[in-house]
Design a protein around this ligand. Structure first.
Ligand code: GLY
Length: 385
């Protein structure tokens, strides 16, 4: 172990997040949530509840778009569209629909969407409003960033995962074969509106899936929230927690939008988590994104203890917490071998190396760490114990 640590000297990168904490540009909520709070992300704002819809109305009046496209999937058309239209008086719009599910986040779906927008005479002064989860906002943002070299778009996330993660930070994109988010752009929306009423349309599993990103944000940035989440022992996702989680992501994106350095810390639990998600995709053990990330978080926490003395008490409480919220997934030895084989496809690999984000402590992430296969296998044994 000692020699492994020495091996990493000079290779690891600690983040500057700590110095950034001191100049935080958002306000952590202590008591009751105020609907007037918005989070500024440089070129756009994240707004909450009715204030967001009022802001959107003003925006539409001011810009006078030639055409407004509301982008839904089959689920959000059924469950969220009426709720959205009740919150804003949208006189004229065109509905564009894509199929739900990660398997449809591809160039073929984009072709259909571009075709409809073009047939309906979308021009440079058109707007796309993405009403949905991460697939709708990633793909809708990508469509917007490329159509006529870029038109405006707005994200109205309807899943917890999208509220705290996918809709924030200006990443747009689609999958390329089995490779997730391989084709995409950095392209900011005009605004993001978070309306927790949409969460009432979700199944319990989708809430747990989004919660994994809330837990991840607390681990890499926010000890106070981490302690609160562990103490609560459930999928805490009240508006204050959502607000704090968005603040965390936004703060990190603001210092490193293009993921050259600090933004990499948002991939905590994702190196192995993505590989687990991809491996089980076409099996009867298919996992939601956050369910796979939750396993990845346990694995990364165990490895963090071995390589950076991340407190084992924390590792134990993280595992207990995740075991409480998510069903245990049995993973046999040959599956572990295959998952490790899949790591090579992870988008965060560079120069053929598999890079992990690990923790030295809560809120002290370290990125670009290479981990030996034996230790990865050991971490799976710990998860399964
Ligand atoms: N979901 C990680 C990021 O936006 O960078």
């Amino acid at each position: 172990l000692v020699s492994e640590k020495k091996l990493f000297k000079g290779l690891i990168f600690k983040t500057n997040l700590h110095s950034f904490f001191k100049k935080k540009i958002c306000y952590f909520v202590e008591y009751n949530f105020s609907m007037n709070k918005e989070i500024s992300s440089g070129t756009y704002s994240v707004l909450f509840k009715q204030k967001g819809f009022d802001y959107l109305s003003n925006h539409l009046n001011n810009i006078n778009y030639s055409k407004i496209f509301v982008h839904v999937d089959n689920n959000t058309k059924k469950n969220c569209l009426d709720l959205f239209l009740n919150k804003i008086n949208l006189e004229k719009y065109e509905l564009i629909e894509s199929k739900d599910g990660e398997e449809n986040k591809n160039i073929y779906s984009c072709l259909k969407l571009w075709e409809i927008i073009s047939d309906k005479n979308g021009d440079r002064n058109s707007l796309i409003i993405n009403l949905g989860g991460g697939v709708v906002s990633d793909m809708g943002g990508f469509i917007a960033s490329t159509y006529k070299r870029g038109i405006n778009y707005i994200n109205i996330p309807t899943t917890l995962l999208s509220m705290v993660d996918a809709s924030i930070g200006g990443k747009t994109g689609i999958d390329f074969g089995i490779l997730k988010n391989q084709i995409g752009t950095f392209y900011d929306p005009q605004m993001v509106i978070i309306e927790p009423d949409f969460l009432k349309t979700l199944q319990k599993e989708q809430i747990s899936s989004g919660y994994a990103e809330i837990l991840k944000h607390s681990l890499i940035y926010d000890l106070k929230t981490f302690n609160l989440l562990i103490k609560n022992g459930k999928t805490t996702h009240d508006i204050n927690t959502i607000y704090d989680s968005v603040c965390t992501k936004n703060s990190i994106v603001l210092i490193d939008k293009k993921e050259k350095k600090e933004r990499k810390s948002l991939n905590y639990g994702h190196t192995l988590g993505h590989a687990i998600e991809s491996y089980f995709l076409n099996t009867e053990k298919k996992l939601l994104h956050g369910e796979a990330i939750a396993i990845g978080i346990v694995l990364a926490s165990f490895i963090s203890n071995k390589l950076f003395d991340f407190s084992f008490d924390y590792v134990i409480s993280i595992k207990k917490h995740i075991d409480l919220i998510y069903s245990k997934i049995e993973i046999n030895e040959s599956e572990i071998e295959s998952i490790i084989g899949l790591l090579i496809h992870d988008k965060k690999n560079s120069h053929g190396k598999i890079n992990f984000v690990l923790l030295e402590d809560i809120a002290k992430p370290i990125y670009d760490v290479q981990v030996k296969t034996n230790l990865i296998k050991e971490s799976f044994k710990y998860y399964l114990s």
